[in-house]
Write a protein that binds this ligand. Structure first.
Ligand SMILES: Nc1ncnc2c1ncn2[C@@H]1O[C@H](COP(=O)(O)OP(=O)(O)OP(=O)(O)O)[C@@H](O)[C@H]1O
Ligand SMILES: [Mg+2]
Length: 224
């Protein structure tokens, strides 16, 4: 079974020209798939569609279907989706909402009404995964961009999703943070989780099992 699959995805923003045209893609369990494409080709839009943000929160003419482990995303509740799929965007500031690291990481698990002990366990585990354990009580605004991105990733990991989408999430990372995030992705693959990585840089290609290219509204698989 595919972990993540997009079937015949077409999309046009209101008043815009067609951006995606009958796009198909898939990510198997344990696989890291990279999507590359020119600026403005629709990579972020496709991430939003794969995560259900389009059409839930951003409108437009959307056709096609997204399947998570064979189940249609549209039929799942938001709580179900966030436990299956986590998305990390380019700019961590757009993804962090709380003054402290602990509040940020607690938010998702608290919304799922998990028991207190379980929430504490998940926060500790997620902070350990991104090597930020000593920053649990830190204020977000005191962190570097790389550290903020690691906290945004930890907040995603705290929900233990089996599918991760990263939209140019490496762009603001320093060397140390890049190595840590790459380590997290390798571990996720070992766990049989699926990774959909939007990256144009050659330096991340070694993470990829397969490569797609988005151009002129179409997605093509490219030989690695
Ligand atoms: N919310 C929106 N409403 C209308 N048009 C949008 C919206 N978001 C993006 N677009 C337009 O859709 C096109 C694709 O944008 P998108 O951000 O998906 O591309 P991208 O491949 O991620 O680009 P980049 O490499 O710069 O990140 C662009 O022309 C953009 O201006
Ligand atoms: Mg983008």
């Amino acid at each position: 079974m595919r972990a993540l699959e997009g079937r015949q995805i077409s999309f046009t923003y209101p008043g815009g020209k067609p951006l995606l045209s009958q796009v198909n893609f898939s990510v198997k369990p344990g696989e890291c798939v990279i999507l590359r494409g020119p600026s403005g080709s629709g990579k972020t839009t496709l991430c939003h569609i794969a995560a259900g943000i389009i059409p839930r929160s951003i409108s437009g003419d959307f056709q096609g279907e997204i399947l998570l482990w064979g189940q249609e995303l549209q039929g799942l509740s938001l709580a179900q989706v966030v436990q299956e799929l986590g998305i990390l965007m380019q700019n961590p500031d757009a993804q962090l909402f709380f003054p402290t690291v602990e509040d940020e990481l607690a938010f998702g698990p608290e919304n799922l009404c998990l028991p207190r002990g379980e929430i504490a366990l998940r926060i500790a585990e997620a902070l350990g995964a991104v090597e930020m354990s000593t920053y649990r009580l830190a204020e977000i605004e005191t962190l570097s961009q790389g550290q903020k991105q690691r906290i945004a990733l930890a907040a995603v990991l705290a929900l233990r999703p089996r599918i991760l989408i990263l939209d140019e999430a490496f762009s603001q990372l320093d060397t140390a943070s890049t190595a840590i995030v790459q380590g997290v992705l390798r571990r996720q693959k070992e766990l049989g989780h699926a990774i959909f990585l939007v990256e144009n840089g050659e330096e991340h290609l070694h993470l990829a099992d397969r490569l797609y290219e988005l151009r002129d509204g179409e997605v093509r698989e490219v030989t690695l």
